[in-house]
Design a protein around this ligand. Structure first.
Ligand code: TXE
Length: 479
């Protein structure tokens, strides 16, 4: 199946007729092609967005909201079709795509369709100066949204929905590794009555298509989720053009477990926070630190549970761990397992490729737990982004806090304890954009979402996203 670009409401081939193969990670086979769009295709997308902006930015909030909610409803109506497409393209279990990815994409549109009707700006009365100031929140114009492959439609729509809700028009590029659901979204947008040109989806490689978006002088804001190295590159390109930037990058998140926690809840959630989506979530708790007094108990129970996880074909309903997204990513994760061994880490379970019967060329890997001696090793410092976690014991709150913060990343942290004072101390001190206490990945779309340090710049979610996608203009009237 050939995917096409979605520009000005139409589906079209890339101008240079350049194509990239699209792989099914569950069997390693090519099952379609996607455009390798050039600068000219991006320009087409931009011109279409620019011409739609005049009218879309003046469209009433009620009308914008209605269209976004319609898109959400159509995604729900097409749940099975989108679920199957996402699972096939990405390798994730179909059960996960059905329970999380596609419902969340629908929620993104519904949430921002509603949020825009509640979004307000401030006024300041300048007392004694006979003046009133008010702030206009105006859409930026044409904005770029670039998303990764791990949660394809979920993260794609997390950017697009607030961008268009706020009155912008968009040139968007999904990951070339997982383009399918973004492609299908175009049809839904047409059906929902989204005016032509408000959303333009240009497919292709990061270094060509993506690069043309970030370099475009009139695309004034870039919202990006992906690797830290790519984020740094985008920041370099965008800075001299003074683009607004929102960067959500990698993580190496600590999962800190104290002996006073609710044990069963912690254990079950820790299996999920380690291996959900094959460990390919920027929020996964990939460094597990366990209080010394319960370390051996935890180690035994955790490893026993991890061994029960079923690695299998994504469409089998009892599969817990599907395929990794691509061959190159599979190789990267395997390389880290080797690094872990070389560094003296002990493989407590997993560590090997899995051959799933009938799908021997798929990219399957056992969920892997590595016991490490200290936090300085590479497997504890670098983002692996696969079904691999490390575990090690800690003695004191002070020690674990130091280790938790001694990474270049700062996206999320998870803390398991029932001690209120410790919770307060540690949540204040942890260097992360999100701290979960006695839970993981519990999301409320109104909350600010993003990281500190090399995990990114800016926050998505709620009104933060609407602020990002608007320019504040102060108007001062003297009377
Ligand atoms: O991501 P890239 P990759 C981490 C994870 C992973 C590593 C690399 O550790 O192993 O990043 O993954 C587009 N201009 N995360 O290489 O390249 C690209 O086409 C404009 C964490 O797959 O950052 C895709 O659409 N765009 C992360 C998007 O950037 C460019 C999720 C992300 O791809 C570009 C994914 C360029 N020059 C990986 N180069 C998270 N935070 O959740 C690439 N792209």
């Amino acid at each position: 199946m050939n995917i096409k670009n979605y520009i000005n409401g139409n589906f079209q081939n890339p101008k240079n007729n350049g194509w990239i193969d699209n792989y099914n990670p569950s069997n390693g086979e090519i099952y379609g092609q996607i455009p390798n769009s050039s600068k000219e295709d991006v320009e087409d997308g931009y011109l279409s967005a620019k011409s739609a902006f005049k009218q879309w930015s003046k469209t009433t909030l009620e009308d914008r909201s209605r269209i976004l909610i319609k898109i959400s409803e159509l995604l729900e109506k097409n749940l099975d079709r989108f679920t199957e497409a996402e699972s096939k393209d990405n390798g994730k279990p179909i059960s996960l795509a059905k329970a999380i990815d596609i419902p969340r994409a629908a929620s993104n549109f519904r949430f921002f369709g509603n949020a825009i009707t509640q979004f307000a700006s401030e006024s300041h009365e300048s007392i004694g100066q006979n003046a009133i100031n008010y702030t206009l929140r105006q859409p930026i114009g044409v904005v770029g949204c670039i998303s990764p492959w791990n949660l394809p439609l979920y993260l794609f729509t997390w950017k697009i929905a607030p961008a268009i809700a706020a009155g912008n028009c968009v040139v968007a590029k999904p990951s070339e590794v997982t383009p399918m659901t973004a492609y299908l979204l175009g049809e839904i947008c047409n059906e929902a009555g989204l005016p032509k040109g408000v959303l333009n989806i240009v497919h292709g490689l990061g270094t060509t298509t993506g690069q043309s978006i970030i370099e475009h002088p009139d695309i004034k804001a870039i919202s990006f989720t992906g690797g830290t190295a790519t984020g740094a590159h985008i920041a370099k390109v965008a800075a001299p053009m003074f683009k607004k930037l929102s960067l959500e990058l990698g993580g190496k998140n600590p999962n800190i477990i104290f002996a006073d926690c609710d044990y069963e809840d912690m254990l079950n959630t820790t299996v999920r926070s380690s291996f959900a989506n094959q460990g390919q979530i920027c929020l996964c708790g990939s460094r597990i630190f366990v209080e010394e007094t319960m370390y051996n108990t935890f180690k035994t129970d955790f490893v026993a549970k991890v061994k029960q996880l079923k690695v299998g074909h994504p469409s089998d309903l009892d599969t817990n761990i599907g395929a990794l997204v691509s061959k190159s990513h599979f190789e990267k994760v395997m390389e880290y397992i080797n690094i872990g061994k070389q560094e003296g880490g002990k493989i407590l379970c997993g560590g090997n490729e899995v051959k799933v019967e009938g799908y021997e060329n798929g990219y399957y890997l056992e969920p892997t737990v590595i016991e490490v001696q200290n936090d300085d090793c590479r497997v504890n410092q670098e983002e692996i982004f696969g079904p691999v976690v490390t575990i090690m014991p800690f003695k004191s709150e002070e020690d674990v806090l130091k280790m938790a913060n001694e990474v270049k990343y700062g996206l999320s942290a998870t803390l398991w304890t029932n001690d209120l004072k410790r919770t307060m101390r540690m949540t204040n001190e942890l260097e992360a954009g999100i701290v979960w206490v006695n839970t993981w990945m519990l999301r409320d779309l109104r909350t600010p979402f993003g990281g500190v340090k090399e995990s990114g710049v800016g926050r998505e979610g709620g009104f933060e996203a609407l602020r990002f996608f608007t320019e504040a203009k102060n108007v001062c009237i003297k009377y």
